[in-house]
Design a protein around this ligand. Structure first.
Ligand code: S3P
Length: 450
């Protein structure tokens, strides 16, 4: 039983109720995607990496532990401040015990890529949610590069043993779905291969791996491909040098208090240092189309990642249609967008959401169920989600969170403006990505009771 399985065995329910206006200034925790990558690239570099603003959520802490198990020195030097002394490209050591990634698909899949280029083997494992998620999509390209897998369950599910390649080969790989995890796994394995590893994606996914590889000294070139895609070419066997990484605030975490501010009357919240990489801001685009007041100021950047201060005020929202090509830039935000859509006037149609079915839970069905039990009319039509907004939500439902942090936070946000309280069955998985969510929301004026 992994740590997060133990958490699931002792669920902690919580209820959220109609609250007065939410106000204040906050910095949500560091970006989860960048935090994982800073630890992994730090571990694959020579010399010292210093990270400030690291997300100290369970997902990222599991990646930190796995880097230690693979031979890197990883140390916490202060609140959200970490240091990594790396082993260099292809320098991972044989881990003594299985690597437990808990609830985190990103940690697990990126580390699979990094291990695939090293002449070692490692057992990958995780909690019941992660054990149910498909790994074939990662193992396929890694096997083409020379890695092998053993003891894999059907669909390559965890737990499994990955045998890294003694002589990894560079490949040209077209990702079958827009997934930064697949792209990143191939690029991380490609670090150890001689020659150029190329990934082509039809729809561009978040490019944090590419930006950070450049920051650590790799030669990597990204060009446009077709109307929405990218072609990324990485020259293998670079010497990566330890670097300083400043982790901006996570837009996917900010999404929850942002939607809360929009739907709770009279709210006005300022969010500092929010990452505004255009491959992550599809939610902000969509909310603005719905009539949301989101003002951006103090735009700046570090290591190629832009960030800004956002001021969000309660707004009258209207239903919109969200095109499928926007999905990669807001893939983790559909749950909370569906909450905003339920409070809007009119129908919101979100298209092309097939990837939601293989996240921490089947988020397409879970989102529909979350809304339905709270009196919202909603339909799943193929891969589309259709929400009938009526300007208010009856509430009164009990939401099953399915070991999924984002369902838990979305449902709690919904309760803050619903006619009747909304209850969730378990808050524990919120700690995977946003450990201070409940106290931070209370500090802004949210009413939660157990
Ligand atoms: C992530 C990529 C996305 C996203 C996940 C984080 C990453 O997954 O859902 O939360 O950091 O690369 P996919 O790449 O599978 O879409």
């Amino acid at each position: 039983m992994t740590h997060s399985d133990r958490l699931a065995a002792h669920p902690t329910p919580l209820e959220s109720r109609s609250s007065g206006s939410l106000t204040g200034k906050v910095r949500v925790p560091g970006d989860k995607s960048i935090s994982h990558r800073a630890l992994i690239l730090g571990a694959l570099s020579v010399g010292q990496t210093t990270i400030s603003g690291l997300l100290e959520g369970e997902d990222v802490l599991n990646t930190a532990k796995s880097m230690q198990a693979l031979g890197a020195k990883v140390e916490r030097t202060g609140p959200f401040a970490w240091q990594v002394r790396g082993v260099g490209v292809a320098g991972f050591a044989q881990p003594a015990s299985p690597l437990d990634f808990g609830n985190s698909g990103t940690g697990c899949r990126l580390v699979m890529g990094a291990v695939a280029g090293c002449p070692i083997s490692a057992v990958f494992d995780g909690d019941a949610s992660l054990r149910s998620r498909p790994m074939r999509r990662i193992l396929d390209p890694l096997e083409l590069m020379g890695a092998r897998t053993g003891e894999a369950k059907e669909g390559g599910r965890l737990p499994l043993t990955l045998y890294g390649a003694r002589d990894p080969v560079p490949i040209l790989y077209r990702t079958p779905v827009a997934s930064a995890q697949i792209k990143s796994a191939v690029l991380l394995a490609g670090l150890a291969a001689p020659g150029v590893t190329t990934v082509i994606e039809q729809e561009a996914s978040r490019d944090h791996t590419e930006l950070m590889l450049k920051h650590f000294g790799a030669q990597i070139v990204s060009t446009n491909e077709g109307s929405h895609g990218r072609k990324i070419a990485l020259t293998g066997q670079p010497e990566l040098h330890g670097a300083d990484v400043v982790v901006p605030a996570d837009p996917s975490s900010a999404a929850f208090p942002i939607v809360a501010a929009l739907i709770v009357e009279g709210s006005d919240i300022v969010f500092s240092d929010v990452m505004t990489n255009p491959l992550r801001t599809g939610l902000f685009t969509t909310l603005r189309e719905m009539g949301a007041s989101i003002e951006e100021s103090d735009v700046r950047g570090d290591a190629g990642e832009p960030m800004a201060t956002l001021r969000v005020r309660a707004s009258k929202l209207r239903g919109v249609e969200v095109p499928p090509e926007r999905a990669p830039s807001m893939i983790d935000e559909y749950l909370v967008l569906a909450v905003a859509a339920a409070f809007a006037e009119g129908t919101t149609i979100m298209r092309g959401l097939q990837e939601l079915r293989v996240k921490e839970s089947d988020r397409l069905e879970a989102t529909a169920e979350m809304l339905r039990v709270n009196g919202v009319k909603v339909e799943v039509a193929g891969d589309d989600l259709i929400v009938e907004g009526r300007g208010h939500v009856p509430g009164g439902g009990l939401v099953a969170t399915h070991m999924d942090h984002r369902i838990a936070m979305s449902a709690l946000v919904m309760g803050l403006a619903a006619d009747k309280p909304v209850k969730i069955d378990d808050t524990s998985f919120i700690a995977t990505s946003f450990p201070d969510f409940i106290p931070m929301m209370r500090g802004l004026g949210a009413e939660f009771s157990s």
